[in-house]
Write a protein that binds this ligand. Structure first.
Ligand code: G3H
Ligand code: 13P
Ligand code: ZN
Length: 322
């Protein structure tokens, strides 16, 4: 199967009460870990590339790695998506360069300007058979070089979504309901602590999601910043020379619930980074004499694969849906 757009995937996910996993890719091992899990679990998948990933690995390398995954995994549909496209030019470059989906993220701009930029990207993308994700509302956290402090984040205003979608023609909409980018999603002050002393974040605003869905029936909603920051990997990092105190993420049962509603795409990046970093740190601690990258990247890739499998089966509900 060649690369596909997310149109069919989202329709099935919406009707079936599950979500597609959108995982960020930056190198070969990450592409392999994700797609091997998806292939074995017969899950459709979105592989997404940020501006930072293109700067790190180069557009062509990433496209060719994803094309290799398409060849290796002919049974599953794969989308190649631009994550957080910052402007029209970046989106155009990805549309011209083989992507099947782009995100234009003008969410930090005033409403009218967000509409104007998004509409321009949609017109170009649709002319080229590519779909577009847009964003309304601002998430806290860090993506590429943009850092949004918690106090500057804002929930999506449901009363704006119909006008935004009607005027832009976007194919899916990322909304802000309390998720956040990175491994430190919430300050300790925003959380409570459970009996084990682990931080418990404030619950997602399902009331906002439900109001948006009511206003946009059948329309695919996207959640960014949806890593759960697995505490076993935070512990592995901290026990092997790392220092990540109070890293906390979105509880998986809340993501599962969102997937049952109108959320069709759930973005997960930080969890994979934690799995890779924890595994490599532990490897070096246990084998200080080793220096062959294949030896430490192999278990890192295997742990990414198992983490992705867990997400597909237990969180997203998309296993067996390819
Ligand atoms: O939301 C951002 C993604 O986690 C990508 O991160 O910008 O560091 O590549 P990056
Ligand atoms: P996390 O940092 O929670 O993994 O979010 C990733 C994301 O939203 C990519 O766009
Ligand atoms: Zn994001």
């Amino acid at each position: 199967m060649a690369l596909v757009t997310s149109t069919e995937m989202f329709k099935k996910a919406y009707d079936g009460g599950y979500a597609i996993g959108a995982f960020n890719v930056n190198n070969m091992e990450i592409v392999q870990g994700i797609t091997e899990a998806c292939r074995e679990e017969k899950a459709p998948v979105i592989l997404q590339v940020s501006k930072g990933a293109r700067a790190y690995a180069n557009h062509t390398y990433l496209v060719k790695l994803v094309e290799a995954a398409v060849i290796e995994c002919p049974e599953i549909p794969i989308v190649l998506h631009l994550d957080h496209g910052p402007d029209f030019e970046t989106c155009k470059s990805c549309i011209d360069g083989g992507f099947t989906s782009v995100m234009i993220d003008a969410s930090s701009k005033p409403f009218a300007e967000n509409i104007e930029i998004t509409k321009k990207v949609v017109e170009y993308a649709h002319d080229h058979g590519v779909v577009v994700e847009a964003e309304l509302g601002t998430l806290a956290g860090i993506e590429d070089d943009v850092k949004v402090a918690a106090h500057a984040a804002s929930y999506t205003r449901p009363e704006e979504v119909e006008e935004f979608v009607a005027k832009t023609g976007c194919d899916s909409l990322a909304i802000a309901i309390g998720t956040s980018h990175g491994a430190y999603k919430f300050t300790a002050a925003q959380c409570t602590r459970n009996e084990k002393g682990i931080l418990v974040p404030p619950p997602l605003r399902f009331d906002v999601l439900e109001e948006v869905s009511k206003r946009l029936p059948g329309f695919p909603i996207v959640l960014h910043g949806s890593s759960s920051v697995p505490q076993n990997y935070v512990k592995m990092i901290n026990e092997n020379g790392g220092k990540m105190p109070d890293a906390v993420g979105i509880p998986e049962e809340q993501l599962r619930h969102a997937a049952e509603l109108s959320v069709c795409k759930i973005n997960i990046d930080s969890d994979l980074r934690l799995a890779m970093t924890g595994t490599v740190r532990q490897f070096f601690n246990e084998h200080p004499d080793k220096f062959d990258p294949r030896e430490y990247l192999k278990p890192a890739r295997a742990n990414i694969k198992e983490l992705v499998r867990h997400k597909l089966v237990d969180v997203l509900g998309c296993a067996g849906k390819a």
